[in-house]
Design a protein around this ligand. Structure first.
Ligand code: ARG
Length: 471
């Protein structure tokens, strides 16, 4: 078993201990980042006259080759090494000899792994943000095409007031805007390089930390070496942001599942995004939405896990922190897949506009508007509420909607009703007149569409928006 120590030890590590301790089996994710960080470190060491030009060139060439060979399959990412850092150093030394042993000058695996994880997470934040942008583009299409697709809005799962599909979808647009804002905040806050913090107390070599930081696209170098090697706040923040994204997708999935049911039939999920039953020929199941809803649990699990791992760790690095990786990787993969597949499903959904409109008309969603009609005719709102309550009861008993009642029936309940009531409680009027900022009126939604389109057009890749130019 290849170790990084030796001098102090008289025995080999026990096999079971090694297996329990190793991280190579999941560190492969960090290989490219480890090499990127090592190259920057070597270039800086040469600039500071700690390495010779030849040594630096050999190291850079060797590292570049290792990366290419692992990618092509010529070099196996295995072989009894404890972690990615020992793997790379051993392979480098095998290939270039003595200079390979100098790469670790002024560095510890503690600042090295802190750097690798930051570089990895930073890239993934950009990826996730990109996928959310794609989802927002799908949403804007749906919003634009459904300005007057009426549907019931619900509270307590009871039909409440009429809205439109555009209005409903815009609510999710807002959630994803906030999600992307959160990612941007995390990116900005975490974008400082820990390299050069050493094991915990810096180093006596004349390292140029700011130089390394700028080579790696960081805003600068971190201020405190003990914090640098033991900070995983950005992982916690990301897991929290991802949990919120999943919570949004899960609520959205729940609605899609409900709307796709035989009872609602508001929408139809495309065959390509549905599955059948092995026994019931009539079934077309919304598995993708159900899986997105279900996978929310594992992302919440990752958040709980990292919070718990970190809560008892004294300064500075402790091996507990190796547990920051597997669940973080899994959560990132899960969220990327969920956004992508959800987006495909959403883009191909068919809205049953007639069914939605009938449902909106059938559930007394215009009862508030009928009361408002009476208020406009001089009836105090509380009295109007009572009159419409009696009217709804009458309608339920007679199995009809408010607008199905004859003027005589209406006037039997209140003589304030005139024939202009019918237009006032039509779906179109109910929606068009809801003109308050944020309301469902197409006039308002169109203003939001202008805003959303500008927002989408200005959505540069996150790394270009918030970091200093690379190299
Ligand atoms: N695999 C370790 C981790 O993920 C790398 C750092 C090891 N440092 C150490 N002092 N043992 O945290």
């Amino acid at each position: 078993m290849a170790g990084l120590w030796g001098g102090r030890f008289t025995k080999e590590t026990d096999d079971e201990v090694f297996a329990f301790n190793e991280s190579l089996s999941f560190d492969y994710r960090l290989l490219n980042k480890d090499i990127e960080g090592s190259i920057a470190h070597a270039v800086m060491l040469e600039k500071q006259h700690i390495l010779t030009l030849t040594e630096k060139d050999d190291i850079v060439r060797g590292l570049t080759q290792i990366k290419a060979d692992v990618e092509s399959g010529a070099l196996d990412f295995t072989g009894g090494y404890e972690d990615v850092h020992s793997f790379v150093e051993a392979k480098l030394t095998e290939r270039i000899g003595e200079a390979g042993k100098k790469l670790h000058t002024g560095r510890s695996r503690n600042d090295q792994v802190a750097l690798d994880m930051k570089l990895y997470v930073r890239d993934e934040i950009v990826e996730i943000d990109d996928r959310l942008l794609e989802l927002q583009k799908t949403l804007i299409d749906i919003i634009e095409n459904n300005l007057d697709t009426y549907m019931p809005g619900f509270t307590h799962m009871q039909k409440a007031q009429p809205v439109t599909v555009a209005h409903h979808m815009s609510a999710y647009m807002e959630m994803f805007i906030r999600d992307r804002d959160r990612l941007k905040d995390i990116y900005k806050r975490m974008n400082y390089s820990p390299l050069g913090s050493g094991a915990l107390a810096g180093t006596t070599y004349t390292l140029d930390r700011e130089y390394v930081a700028s080579m790696l696209g960081f805003e600068g170098a971190t201020r405190n070496s003990m914090d640098s090697v033991s900070d995983r706040d950005y992982v916690i923040e990301l897991m929290s942001a991802l949990s919120t994204i999943m919570m949004h997708l899960s609520r959205f999935s729940e609605e899609i599942i409900t709307w796709n049911s035989n009872e609602y039939r508001f929408i139809e999920i495309d065959d390509a995004y549905s599955t059948g039953s092995s026994i019931m020929p009539q079934k077309k199941n919304p598995d993708i939405a159900e899986l997105v809803r279900g996978k929310t649990g594992r992302v919440y699990g990752a958040l709980t896990s990292i919070l718990t791992v970190m809560k008892g760790i004294p300064l500075a690095y402790n091996k507990d922190m190796q547990e920051d990786k597997e669940m973080t990787f899994d959560a990132i993969d899960t969220v990327k897949d969920c956004i992508h597949l959800f987006n495909g499903m959403l883009a191909t959904i068919k809205f049953n506009k007639d069914v939605m409109a009938v449902s909106a008309m059938k559930g007394f969603t215009n009862a508030t508007d009928a009361a408002d009609y009476l208020v406009k005719k001089g009836v105090p709102f509380r009295d109007a509420h009572g009159i419409i309550g009696r009217l709804v009861l009458y309608c339920i008993d007679n199995d009809k909607a408010i607008e199905d009642c004859s003027i005589e029936e209406l006037q039997n309940i209140s003589d304030v009703f005139g024939s202009d009531i019918y237009d006032e409680v039509s779906l179109r009027t109910c929606v068009d007149k809801r003109l308050t900022k944020g309301g469902p009126s197409p006039a308002r939604i169109k203003e939001n569409i202008t805003f959303y389109k500008e927002y989408i057009d200005n959505s540069a890749r996150l790394d270009q928006m918030v970091s200093i130019p690379k190299k």
